[in-house]
Each structure stands twice: as C-alpha cells, then as structure tokens.
Write a protein that binds this ligand. Structure first.
Ligand SMILES: [Fe+2]
Length: 322
C-alpha cells in the first residue's frame, strides 16, 4: 500500500479527552490494519495497551490530517504541559507537528503564506530547545518514520534555533524568522523531479545543476507568495554559500554571507552527515564534526564560527548522555 496515503501519529500526541474522532490504524508487516474506528473513542487503556506492546506510532489516513493538524496545533500548549511526558515524548510530539507542517507546505505550497501556523509551532519548538537539556538528542533520535527531506528540515530548524540563541543576541521576532527560514530552507526541492532526488548514484553535471537551483527557485517562489522576512528568505537562498566563495547560488564570500546563512550552512551539512541517505550511511557525531573541521580548515566555513558550533553541539551531546 502506498505510504503517501498514511501519516504516523505518535501515541504521546493522543490526548483521550481532546483527540478528534478519526479512525486509527496500526502498521503491521507493511500493511495498515484498523486499530479503532471513528466512533470508538481512544482511551487511557488503549494507550497503556499500546505502550506495553512497544507501539510508538499509530497511523491516520491523509484525508483526516486536517483535523489532526488542527487538534495538534490548537492543543500543543496543553499537551506539552502534561506532567507524565518526558523529554523524548515532548520531542516526538513537536517533531511530529513540525513534520506535518513541512509536508503540508511541500504538498500545498500556498500554505507557506500562512505564517501564523509556523509562528506558533516555532515558539513551542524554541521553548522546548532552550528549557530541556535533552531536547536536541530527543529530536535527533526520532528519525526513520518520514522521508529524508522532512526529517532534515525539522532537524536543521532545531539546530539553527539553538545556535542562534546561544551565539547571537537575536530578538524573539527574528528568532521566529530564523525558524521559518530553516523549516522551508529546502522548499525549492519541490521543483526538482523525484528521479533526480532519489537517485542512488552520483548525479550527472546536468542533474547537479538542477539540484543547485533549489535555493534560488525556493527563494523566488516564497518571496512571490508572501514570505517577506529578510532573514527567512536569506536562509532559503543562501544556505549553500561557502566562506571561500565556492558555494551557490550567488558565490558570495566571507562575511558578505549573512551570519544566519553561515550558521544555516553548518546546521545543514551536519544534519545531512548524521542521517542515512540512499547513497551512504549516516556518520557518527564525531566523524561528522571531523569532516566538517577539515572543510572549515580548507576554507568552506568561517573557522571561528565552526568552533563555536562544534562546542555547542558537543556540549548538548554530553549533556544528554550524562
Ligand atoms: Fe539545500
């Protein structure tokens, strides 16, 4: 059955008192099996039973998603405030809600102009990242339930918010723009065909040229469709620039590259390296940083900024494993 018709919902997100009446499915050996129909409410017993069986996700039909998204976004404050939720559970809920948002924007680009939705979400994400020492680790451990591009978009958002918060004196409004830009940084990929995106081997020159256009095309589309934050647009357009001028699309150099784009480039590369791809396995945190250090020494990144990046990411790692 086609996975595109189904969307995973973490069972932590299901608050029995508030959850809308939609049918829920279990995934069993690749098939979706009805768990409860829309008439029967989801109860605390359901949650306990599923937890005993180590079920983390139920699935809904994409046709029911609008209701689920409304529920998640309207009740996020109450859901996240529940005492019994640990860091992982909160991470799963925020990750889920963020991924739903990114998928929706990729599938229905006109949603990008509805900034109220992303603004609220990023405020929650920001609060979680700055108040929970395990947040980054929790978010990073939640992968494999969605396509790479969505996971990656949320991961870059989390990293970029945290880095901006720790390194620069950024106003809350600007922080939201950093979040929106990060969430949508690869949005221009919707203009690239799937054959090119999913190709397991090296890209031809023509294909690589096409992939590189995602920065400029994403920027132009979002600008035309009501995204007017300079910071957000800069992240979308310039997250592949390199400090030595060897990046794209503009090939700008050094500190002519806005700082938000420089940080986004670091977060983007790090996230890509620590994730499994069709053409290579994920690197460990240490290996990813080692590769990036070499690149920084070779001129690709501002070496001072890279060192700060490394310190912050590594401190978070140590925090959460301690
Ligand atoms: Fe990109």
């Amino acid at each position: 059955m086609n996975d595109r018709f189904w969307r995973p919902i973490s069972i932590d997100c299901i608050d029995p008192g508030l959850f809308p009446s939609v049918a829920l499915y279990l995934k069993s050996t690749g098939n979706y099996v009805l768990y409860k129909n829309e008439e029967r409410p989801f109860t605390e017993d359901d949650r306990r039973r599923l937890e005993r069986n180590f079920t983390e996700f139920l699935y809904v039909r994409t046709g029911d998603l609008e209701e689920i998204n409304d529920y998640l976004e309207n009740n996020l404050t109450e859901i996240l405030a529940r005492d019994e939720l640990d860091s992982m559970a909160k991470g799963r809920i925020l990750y889920q809600t963020s991924v739903n948002y990114v998928i929706d924007v990729f599938e229905s680009p006109e949603i990008a102009s509805n900034l109220a939705r992303s603004r609220k979400l990023i405020q929650h994400l920001m609060h979680y990242l700055t108040t929970d020492a395990h947040a980054l680790e929790s978010l990073q451990s939640i992968v494999g339930h969605n396509f790479y591009i969505y996971t990656h978009s949320v991961q870059v958002t989390a990293l970029n918010l945290l880095l901006h918060e720790q390194l620069f004196n950024v106003t809350p409004d600007e922080m939201i723009d950093v979040g929106i830009g990060s969430m949508l940084h690869d949005f221009g990929m919707i203009f690239i065909t799937e054959q090119v995106l999913d190709k397991p081997d090296a890209l031809s020159q023509v294909e690589y040229y096409k992939v590189k256009q995602h920065t400029q095309k994403g920027y132009e589309f979002l600008k035309r469709n009501g995204l007017n934050s300079e910071v957000a647009l800069t992240i979308v357009r310039h997250h592949h620039e390199r400090y030595d001028g060897n990046g794209y699309p503009a090939g700008i150099k050094g500190d002519n590259i806005p700082r938000s784009a420089q940080l986004s480039a670091l977060c983007d590369v790090y996230s890509a390296l620590i994730t499994d791809r069709s053409y290579r396995k994920a690197s460990t945190h240490a290996d990813a940083l080692k590769m990036m250090r070499e690149e920084a020494k070779g001129g690709a990144f501002n070496i001072e900024l890279f060192k700060r990046f490394e310190e912050i990411i590594t401190a978070r790692k140590t925090n959460s494993t301690a």
